[in-house]
Design a protein around this ligand. Structure first.
Ligand code: PGA
Length: 247
């Protein structure tokens, strides 16, 4: 499985970041899973070229521009130079700051141009009785997929993250049955944008209150290829317990 650790802005010191990386190295060394750690960008600089085999690094965002007059932005090429392999795009916490699907599509293009693999976050705000949430999800996917070349589409990773399930605890996460349904729905949309044999292999991961208490069931019956883990990834004890449930 692919286990992406989204540290958000939880990790407040270099010492803590280093300890978490050391812990993840230990986990990766004796695991068949692939771990992708996503620290804040200044902390990415602490681990230049550290990504190896099944332990890789991701940025939490990237600039929609390739460089130049873009104060405060981090261009994809700089991340790549540090050995970063992935970038989380369209996280709901960034969308809440005004990031649109069109901007996310530009960021995905920049990521691919520099050799980074985007982990595209999509997910509904609420589940309404009229199933409008399905259209919300479709729109988020389609804008980005339409902007990508067939080769790029075949590499993107989809992180399904229903906003109502983020930042809570295991009992508030989605049920395995509902997750399975959403994964099928996402695959259906993917299959409309690429050959079915590619759509059926694209990695779809789930994020939203994944902890040791729900990870095993979600992995077993949710039909996902991995997880995007937030709060449980910045506490080594919680993260180790979660990974243990997946082995
Ligand atoms: P959470 O965050 O695991 O704390 O719910 C997941 C995410 O927002 O990526």
């Amino acid at each position: 499985m692919l286990i992406v650790a989204n540290w958000k802005a939880y990790v407040d010191s270099a010492a803590r970041a280093k300890a978490l990386v050391t812990n993840a190295k230990r986990l990766a060394a004796r695991s068949r899973h692939t771990f992708v750690l996503a620290p804040s960008s200044p902390h990415l600089g602490l681990f230049p070229k550290a990504g190896k085999r099944n332990l890789q690094f991701a940025a939490q965002d990237v600039s929609e521009k390739s460089g130049g007059a873009a104060t405060g932005e981090v261009p994809a090429s700089l991340l790549r130079e540090l050995g970063v392999g992935y970038v989380i795009l369209g996280h709901s916490e960034r969308r809440a700051l005004g990031e649109t699907d069109a901007v996310i599509a530009l960021k995905a293009k920049q990521a691919f141009a520099a050799g980074l693999i985007p982990i595209l976050c999509v997910g509904e705000r609420v589940r309404d009785a009229d199933a409008r949430y399905l259209k919300e999800l479709r729109d988020e996917l389609v804008v980005v997929l339409d902007a990508l070349s067939p080769k790029e589409r075949a590499k993107v990773i989809i992180a399904y993250e229903p906003i109502w399930a983020i930042g809570k605890s295991a009992r508030d996460a989605i049920t395995p049955a509902d997750l399975k349904e959403m994964v099928l729905y996402i695959r259906k949309i993917l299959a409309q944008h690429m050959p079915v044999r590619i759509a059926s292999k694209l990695r779809i991961i789930y994020g939203g209150s994944v902890e040791s208490g729900d990870a095993r069931e979600l992995a077993k019956d949710g039909g996902v290829d991995g997880f995007l883990v937030g709060h449980a990834s910045v506490d080594a004890k919680m993260f180790n317990a979660l990974v243990k449930e997946l082995s």
